[in-house]
Design a protein around this ligand. Sequence first.
Ligand SMILES: Cc1cc2nc3c(=O)[nH]c(=O)nc-3n(C[C@H](O)[C@H](O)[C@H](O)COP(=O)(O)O)c2cc1C
Length: 353
Amino acid sequence: MKTVKIKNKTLTVPIIQGGMGVGISLGNLAGNVAKCGGMGVISTAHPGYREDDFETNHRQANIRALKKEIIKAKEIREGKGIVAINAMVALQDYEELIEAAIEAGVEAIISGAGLPMHLPALVKNHDVLIAPIVSSGKACKLILRSWWHKHQRLPDFIVIEGCQAGGHLGFKKEDLVNHTCQSLDEIFRDVKQVVVGYEDEHDVKIPIFVAGGIYKKQDVDHYLSIGVNGVQVATRFITTQECDASIEYKKAFIEAKKEDIELVSSPVGMPGRAIKNQFTNRVKEGKINISKCYRCLKPCHVKDAPYCISKALIEAVKGNIDDGLIFSGAYGYLNNEMTTVKAVIEELTEEKS
Ligand SMILES: Cc1cc2nc3c(=O)[nH]c(=O)nc-3n(C[C@H](O)[C@H](O)[C@H](O)COP(=O)(O)O)c2cc1C
């Protein structure tokens, strides 16, 4: 299988495990993906939800836990792969979490859910790879232009997230419902066009990874054949033994059917994709009482929010499934058995003899 060189680092398999909050991709999953030669990504969305002081001091709990999870992943990976974080621009504590991750020795930062315009300034001259997540050629162009103009810095790699992904989606709800979103192939073509100009001008290589609905070796082969450098895969890793979520969370995927995957509205005003359950049904019926605000996402206004996304995601990862929001990619129902990280990576990459 193709290796991917990203600046001074190499992935021996062209796979990034997508960051999954809250608590779905922490040090165990990320470390084990890196151990197989891929990029393991720890989510910075409330990594401290299990800390004793989380309810009274979530900011410190998250910073402390993030550092612990990075160190754990780096111990597990036995010197292989790359250990990264996913930092959503929309997070209230975005800057502090990035600073903490750098202190703990993170090797790459992938940032989306907004345009990460200030990321180069936040990482300064630290030896850490940086990548934006984009869902269009236009967003890519804006970021590259701004990064170069203001910081004389280009991304070390780029992740394109298409409309089949899980979690928050960078597309309009109407386009998702009417299936009128640009395809990943089309977005890749647009992004590549932007990137090639910078690569030629600055004599650099900026590998591009695509994400959203990648499940089989044929999907990986297809994207590599059109010139993509690698893939980012998230949902498929949920039903691995190494995934950091509770067993109840994993079972929800194994039991889900095609018709159970649905679009949901998030309190941050973006559409998302999740597994239909008692919680999503209650959300459709009306506002769910919010007893506490965790100040997690900048665009969320507690007064108008239909529910608290932090609480919903924390309940889910802990296994309180009926009270939780279970984010899923469009093909989450294909996760029909428990497996391992090694088996998933082999299935996605191995050449058939
Ligand atoms: C449970 C879950 C949680 C996610 N959380 C985040 C997140 O915190 N930040 C983010 O940028 N993307 C998040 N994503 C998106 C993934 O990182 C990934 O890009 C996407 O799901 C890829 O599609 P796939 O799940 O079909 O492989 C999440 C996805 C899932 C399924």
